[in-house]
Each structure stands twice: as C-alpha cells, then as structure tokens.
Design a protein around this ligand. Structure first.
Ligand code: AMP
Ligand code: GLY
Length: 434
C-alpha cells in the first residue's frame, strides 16, 4: 500500500517506524518528515497545511492511504478537502472531518459535546466579549484555583490555571480584550479545577466501532519532580500502573463508548485516532481534553507496545471493520525520555552536531528523531527545542527508564538536557498488567 504520513516529529517517526514493519507498506512517504523518517521511507518537502500541494502529490504518486499526524491540518479541514475532490475522495484517510476535529479545535465544542452525552468533565461556562461582565462576576464567585482555557488551538499554551482572583481576572481580560491568543481566545472556557493524576488513553475509531490502544502518561514539566515550565513533553511511560482493569472499565463505559456513540449519533464523520486526556479523581475518570490525533511523546511508548499491524488497523478503520479487530499489546513496559536543547522551552539554539546516534544499542531501545536535521555535510544537527527521544522496553518502568538513560549517556550535543526521573511515581513498582 502506498502511504503518505503527514508530520515531522517524534510521533511521526514512531508511526513511520511501525508502518515500515508492515508487509503491506510499499512505500511510505513522509511529509515533511525528519532524518529519522528518511531512513524508513521517502521524505517529501510539503507543508502540512498546503492541501493543494498534498493533493497533487497524492494524485501523482497514486497514494492509497493518508495518515495525518498533527492536529492543525485536521482542524483546518484536510479531510473535507480530500472528500471534495473526485480524484482524492477514495483514498483511505486516517483523520477526522473538520467537524470531528472540533473535539480538539474548540474547547467549547468539546465541553458541550461532553455535556450532551453525559461524559464526566469539569463544570464550566463559556464567555466571549459579549458577556464579558457576566464572566467577571462568574470568576469572582468561583472557588480557587480557576482554570481558563482559550477556545481554539493555541500551540498547547491556551490553558491557564489561576491561583488568585486578581490573576484570573487579568488573564480573562488578556484573552478576551487583548486577544492574547488571537482568534483562539475570542471565546474562553472557564472551568472547575480537578485534582488528581493525569493519563492519556487512545482509541482508533471507524466512526462507529473502536479499539483501545495502550494507555500512557506523559511528563510535561521541564524540571525533575514535575517542576518548572510546561513543555511539549519531556517523556512518557506505558502502561500506567494506576490504570487497573477496573479503572479502565470505567474509562471505556463512561468516556470512550459515549464519545464514539455520540459522534455516530450526531452524524459527525470521524475515522482515526482519538486521544482522551483524562484525570483520575479519587478513582473516577474525568475528561480534561480531547485531541483528534495521537499524543507526542505518548506515541513513542504506545506504538512500540502495539503488536498488531498498524496498516491492518488503519485499513479496518477506513472500512468500518474495527469490530473484527483485536489489538495485541506487548506486556513489557515502555519509557521514553526526550532530549531537549539548552534554553527550551523559552528559547533555544540550534545547529549543534549530535554524536552517538549510531551507537550499537540493544533491540530494546529505539531513537526517535524530533527536532533534528541533516546539514550540508551530512551530519545530524539539532533543529528544534525537543531534539530526539529514546524509547526502551523493559520488564517494568524502572528498567525501561534505566535502559533509556544508559543509551542517552552515549549521545551528545552541546547543551543537551533531559529529565532523569521519568516514571518516578511508579518506581520500584513493577508493571505488566496492561
Ligand atoms: P490542555 O491544554 O487542555 O491539555 O490543558 C493543559 C493542562 O492543564 C492539562 O494537562 C492539565 O494538567 C491542566 N488542566 C486542564 N484543565 C484542568 C482542570 N479542569 N483541572 C485541573 N487541571 C487542568
Ligand atoms: N502529550 C500531549 C499532547 O500530545 O498533546
């Protein structure tokens, strides 16, 4: 099958790595890809939001399946673009319609959807400039902390947790009056703060049926012990020890099933990955957010644990045959540790040579590229804040983390930094009950 995968991060490297193992892949194109994906297929210099050029490429190369990695093209309607073109509409497509992508593209849409389908989530109200004064009054009588969310996509920065009324009102004003996040904060969702431990659960749906992929937990803060600024993700582990069969049963019955049924009943076209950002509040799952794609860096631990053929899964999703599919999972634990560049996440330098990537690591470890590039001398250099990650499989989380740390010991670039405490809450507990 001739496949085009859109994106260029660690998530896409992990997806390409898995697709490349399938006997069905022939060949795989990645747009725009990175030096890691170049070793698994053919990188194509296309912008992920340039739908015209992507469509032309698919026609020219007779692409049979498109898999979309990041959310932006989905929220911008790439699915609808393909379906509106006679020559593109029959290509198997993994990614929801523009309407379905609103689950991620609009927090207000997602909250209203959850309310309609009785899916547990924090209580909320939405405000625009038109009911600004009402919003201020709502904030003043709200209990602290207060969670403010820009409605639209804001590059992962649109959520602010306010510890005081002064901060909440200032932030509310910035978002609505000063357009802090541009279009994205023309509407603001104000919601109750939920206290608990987060996890990420993934499903792939054909619009009616679904299968659940291994769950994961990501580590968002830059510093050890979850201190410091938020990042795009410093590491992840899978499975999540507190995601016991009992808890996951609740997740499926209260969250996953009603979400897929809700999409189906409302006639919202959705074929692809659904990411449930959940929080465990005293053993009860609540939805913090939906994403219309896989997570990053969660994919880098979920995909290595997936034993089932990914192309088979994707084809079944496009054929509404996921009810006939069984997902097999590697019982081992996986951990990934992200190597970032000095200064990240505020500012960072790039262009430093990375050495040691070609080291002889055991089969249990995989290096996924994110912000790297090949320079004019064919050397791999840093090209982003999050540079690459090392995923390892092990008998338990601690073993997997230690193996990744050993690999990282041998890789160098000027200003390399990574957290050494990924999975800290779960040591020395053993896992393997996924
Ligand atoms: P989001 O962009 O929706 O993933 O939110 C970013 C982060 O803010 C989440 O991963 C949570 O850690 C936190 N967060 C969002 N909503 C809430 C909430 N209602 N209660 C507590 N924390 C939240
Ligand atoms: N790791 C969180 C995300 O991909 O949004």
């Amino acid at each position: 099958m001739r496949i085009l995968l859109l994106g260029s991060g660690g998530r896409e490297h992990a997806l390409a790595w898995k697709l490349n193992q399938s006997v069905w892949t022939n060949p795989i194109y990645i747009a725009p890809g990175n030096p890691g994906t170049a070793a698994l297929g053919v990188n194509v210099p296309l912008g992920i939001n340039d739908f015209e050029a992507i469509g032309q490429f698919c026609k020219k190369e007779k692409i049979e399946m498109v898999i979309v990695g990041p959310e932006e093209p989905l929220v911008n309607g790439i699915y609808d673009h393909f379906k509106a073109d006679e020559e593109l509409k029959d290509i198997y497509f993994i990614g929801p319609s523009k309407e379905g992508a609103q689950l991620e593209g609009s927090k207000a849409f997602a909250k209203a959807f959850m309310q309609r389908h009785n899916i547990p989530t924090a209580a909320y109200k939405e405000f625009t400039i038109d009911n600004y004064e009402e919003g201020i009054k709502y904030l003043q009588q709200h209990t602290l902390p207060i969670v403010l969310k820009a409605d639209g996509l804001a590059a992962g920065k649109g959520v602010v947790i306010c510890q005081s009324y002064v901060e909440a009102i200032a932030e509310f004003e910035l978002m609505l009056q000063q357009a802090k996040f541009g279009e994205a904060s023309r509407k603001v969702v104000v919601e109750d703060f939920l206290s608990g431990i987060e996890l990420s659960v993934f499903a792939i749906t054909d619009g009616k049926n679904y299968v659940i992929l291994p769950e994961a937990k990501d580590y968002k803060r830059i510093g050890e012990g979850d201190k410091g600024l938020n990042t795009g993700g410093m590491g992840a582990v899978s499975p999540v020890p507190f995601a016991t069969p009992g808890f996951m049963h609740k997740v499926e019955e209260r969250v996953i099933k009603p979400t897929i049924d809700g999409l189906y009943k409302e006639g919202i076209t959705y074929t692809g990955f659904v990411f449930f950002g959940l929080i465990n509040v005293n053993g009860e799952p609540y939805v913090i957010e939906y994403n219309c794609r896989m997570g990053d860096p969660e994919t880098e631990v979920v995909i290595p644990r997936l034993e089932t053929d990914l192309i088979g899964l994707c084809v079944a999703a496009t054929q509404q045959e996921l009810d006939k599919v069984v997902v097999r999972t590697d019982k081992r634990a996986a951990a990934t540790i992200m190597a970032v560049s000095r200064g990240y996440p505020t500012g960072y330098e790039k262009g430093y040579e990375i050495t040691g990537l070609e080291g002889r690591y055991g089969k249990q470890s995989i290096i996924f590229h994110a912000g790297t590039k090949e320079d004019e001398n064919k050397k791999i250099v840093t090209d982003g804040g999050r540079v690459f990650c090392v995923t390892s499989l092990g008998e338990n989380i601690e073993e997997a983390v230690n193996t990744s740390l050993d690999v990282l010991d041998n890789i160098h670039f000027d200003g390399i930094y990574y957290r050494t405490d990924i999975g800290y809450e779960f040591k020395p507990q053993t896992s393997g009950e996924a």
